[in-house]
Design a protein around this ligand. Structure first.
Ligand SMILES: N[C@@H](CCC(=O)N[C@@H](CS)C(=O)NCC(=O)O)C(=O)O
Length: 217
């Protein structure tokens, strides 16, 4: 059996890379950038016909499993390779599975696009190409979903919990934090949502996140 994860850490590939690192998996990292055409070769399009990273190829005795879509890649690794023992990051019961699924889908549908706009137009693009008005509008739209996250984390705090989907750090935190991390350049939002800010800080400072971040830029 072997697992290959395609994509550099400075991309959505951080989601499966971080998950695999948290799980302590032995995997092959294919250090594929998203610029320069590598994702559009016939070989890679045979893996992900969308031409995007990340992709996970899991070579198993019963055959190859190919997964694309970053959240699906992370959730797959946790589901198939986690111990579901209430100690590692994989969901250990139906309640935790529900949390992982709902927050991951929520992240993709409610915040990912605007979070990327904030990242690009506040930080990642060359200064002369940034359009602050696009970042301003995205930050405005992010207020409502981030309030939902803030309230969920505050409810967790009230019960003495520091994490989103369970009583410990899980793949739910990986999936949500990997996107909310793009909003960090929006300082006013981070100030407005202190529980989000504190939780994010704890998530991205985990050793596994630091290790995974080194896997290609
Ligand atoms: N919804 C997809 C989006 C994947 C995606 O757009 N990946 C970017 C890198 S973060 C990419 O591969 N871009 C290169 C291209 O589209 O050619 C996911 O979450 O995996």
């Amino acid at each position: 059996m072997s697992i290959r994860i395609y994509g550099i850490a400075a991309s959505r590939a951080i989601r499966p890379l971080w998950t695999a690192t948290e799980l302590g998996l032995d995997f092959e990292h294919v250090n594929m950038p998203y610029v320069g055409g590598a994702t559009r070769t016939p070989e890679f399009l045979a893996i992900n016909p969308n031409g995007h990273i990340p992709a996970v190829v899991d070579v198993r005795p019963e055959g190859e499993v190919v997964v694309w879509e970053s959240m699906a890649c992370a959730l797959y690794l946790a589901r198939v390779y986690g111990r579901a023992d209430g100690v590692d990051i994989s969901p250990a019961n139906a309640q935790e599975e529900g949390q992982a699924l709902r927050w991951s889908f929520w992240t993709m549908t409610e915040i990912e696009r605007d979070a990327l706009t904030v990242l690009m137009h506040r930080m990642a693009m060359p200064a002369e190409q940034r359009k602050p008005e696009l970042a301003d509008a995205a930050e405005g739209r992010l207020k409502a979903p981030l309030r939902v996250l803030e309230q969920a984390l505050q409810r967790q705090h009230a019960q003495g919990q520091a994490h989103l989907g369970a009583d410990r750090f899980t793949v739910t935190d990986v999936c949500v934090a990997s996107v909310v991390n793009w909003v960090r350049p929006a300082e006013s939002l981070m100030h407005a949502y202190p529980a989000v800010s504190e939780w994010l800080h704890q998530c991205v400072n985990r050793a596994a996140h630091h290790s995974a971040r080194k896997l290609g830029r």
